[in-house]
Design a protein around this ligand. Structure first.
Ligand SMILES: NC(=O)c1ccc[n+]([C@@H]2O[C@H](COP(=O)([O-])OP(=O)(O)OC[C@H]3O[C@@H](n4cnc5c(N)ncnc54)[C@H](O)[C@@H]3O)[C@@H](O)[C@H]2O)c1
Length: 272
């Protein structure tokens, strides 16, 4: 295993809710690779308390911030800069939530107030994090910003409902801001399109276990785990990926390029 890939790097990790979270695993890997960072999550997630255990393990602090609030993000960055003693080399946006999915509303019966919340929490917050970072001039040159996406941005997964639209917006924001940040500050911006993963956000999607199993059977390497995703994120924060920007990077065991697999053919064989 490589060592100290993130030595001397500082940043912010959003979205660690519990030990299954992609952000949780990323925090542990980033710490292992020598990074210093601040953890953050929505104030409501703080009540569950688990993130404080992670902070202890990572020898850092937690600063609550609702990622839909520009003021919260400004406060988060100021306090994190004070704590870290420096500007940031990396930002992880690992945030997603759809009230429509939570409350079982299907795509033809969306509550539009909730849909706006889904887009705000899951996509626009990525723009807000970057806009505030640009305005505060808080990213170091050659920094790296990563958001997490899902292939429902490109293809229809009926139960993913308004989150699919949120992910399409998230990926578009990565391109739009990637251009600006590249020109202005040599900062790269990418999304990682991750396999279905057993987490609170993942398993909240209707039919999750079916598309988890389907993806597992289709992907030549199987589904990518949260831990493997954390490792990929760490490489994206490292200096070995400095020229990768404005991309949606599939981290899915080959799923996105596979039409059908022998396993699925066997399951669907005509028994007549
Ligand atoms: N689990 C999967 O199958 C899967 C697949 C592809 C992409 N993703 C994406 O990965 C990211 C991380 O999700 P996860 O699977 O680790 O699940 P998770 O539930 O552990 O993480 C989602 C996080 O978003 C946070 N959050 C929600 N509203 C917020 C707000 N207003 N402000 C700040 N934080 C807020 C939650 O508190 C939680 O920590 C999400 O963007 C998700 O869509 C997940």
């Amino acid at each position: 295993m490589p060592e100290n890939l993130l030595k001397g790097k500082k940043g912010i990790i959003t979205g660690a809710l519990d030990e299954n979270s992609i952000a949780w695993k990323t925090a542990l890997k980033a710490k292992e690779q020598g990074a210093k960072f601040v953890l953050t999550n929505a104030p409501i997630a703080m009540r569950m308390g688990a993130i404080n255990e992670l902070a202890k393990e990572c020898d850092t602090i937690v600063i609550p911030a609702d990622a839909t609030s520009v003021e919260d993000i400004e406060k988060l960055y100021s306090e994190a800069k004070e704590y870290l003693g420096d500007n940031f080399d990396f930002l992880l946006h690992s945030i997603g939530m759809s009230p429509n999915i939570r409350k079982g509303r299907e795509y033809g019966d969306l509550n539009y107030d909730w849909a706006m919340k889904s887009y705000d929490i899951s996509a626009l917050s990525f723009h807000k994090m970057m806009q505030v970072a640009e305005k505060m001039d808080i990213m170091n040159e050659w920094g790296s910003i990563v958001g997490l996406s899902y292939i429902a941005a490109q293809r229809v997964y009926p139960f993913y409902t308004d989150m699919a639209d949120a992910k399409a917006l998230l990926e578009s924001i990565a391109r739009g801001f990637g251009y600006r940040f590249g020109k202005n500050k040599k900062v790269r911006v990418n999304t990682i399109s991750q396999s279905p993963t057993v987490t609170t956000a993942g398993s909240g999607i209707g039919g999750f276990s079916s598309f988890f199993n389907f993806a597992e059977s289709l992907s030549p390497l199987g589904n990518a785990s949260a831990e493997a995703c954390a490792e990929y994120i760490v490489t994206m924060f490292s200096d070995y990926t400095r020229m990768v920007t404005m991309q949606n990077l599939y981290h899915d065991g080959g799923y996105s390029c596979t039409g059908i697999s022998e396993e699925i053919m066997e399951k669907l064989v005509d028994q007549k």
